[in-house]
Design a protein around this ligand. Structure first.
Ligand SMILES: [Zn+2]
Ligand SMILES: [Zn+2]
Length: 161
């Protein structure tokens, strides 16, 4: 992504036991307004940056894997700080462990990673007003249609599809 394509992105949990560094910008950033994300964050949406797992380097601590039900029925693995239990990233069944969905709010500078698309807007809180022209879909979308070519190439290199 042009806005976020370069530099390191540092982040971590609240107690600072777990610290990580993203070594590049993400492939794409989803802002998800589904009921599951609302419940899991206790908020109106979750912001997930999709990135190759090996581009997230742990610099401190060891997140704990918590198997958690997901909307798909296939489950997700949420990685949390073992002390303060803040969620740092997830793996989902589709792409598995090669792809991390990093929770953008755990970055030191989350402002540097704004969403590229809003998804599951069918359950968006009505007081959340999206900027005009912002890509938004009622449920999910096809990456082939929405992602920039550079990100699709990264995904293909990672997953072979
Ligand atoms: Zn912590
Ligand atoms: Zn969601």
């Amino acid at each position: 992504m042009s806005e976020t394509g370069s530099g390191n992105f540092e982040g971590g949990c609240t107690c600072r036991e777990v610290r990580y560094r993203m070594t590049s910008g993400p492939m794409f950033v989803n802002c998800c307004h589904c009921r599951w994300c609302q419940r899991e964050t206790g908020s109106a949406f979750a912001i997930n940056a999709m990135i190759e797992s090996d581009r997230v380097v742990l610099t401190s601590g060891a997140p704990e894997r918590i198997d958690t039900p997901s909307n798909s029925g296939k489950g997700q693995q949420i990685f949390r700080c073992p002390k303060c239990h803040v969620a740092l990233w997830s793996h989902y069944a589709g792409a598995g462990e090669k792809l991390k969905f990093v929770r953008v709010g755990t970055l030191d500078e989350p402002d540097r990673m704004p969403p590229n698309i809003h998804i599951f807007t069918s359950t968006k809180q009505p007081w959340v007003v999206l900027p005009p022209g912002m890509p938004a879909v009622e449920e999910y979308y096809s990456s082939a249609e929405m992602w920039p070519q550079e990100s699709l190439a990264r995904r293909k290199a990672l997953l072979g599809k």
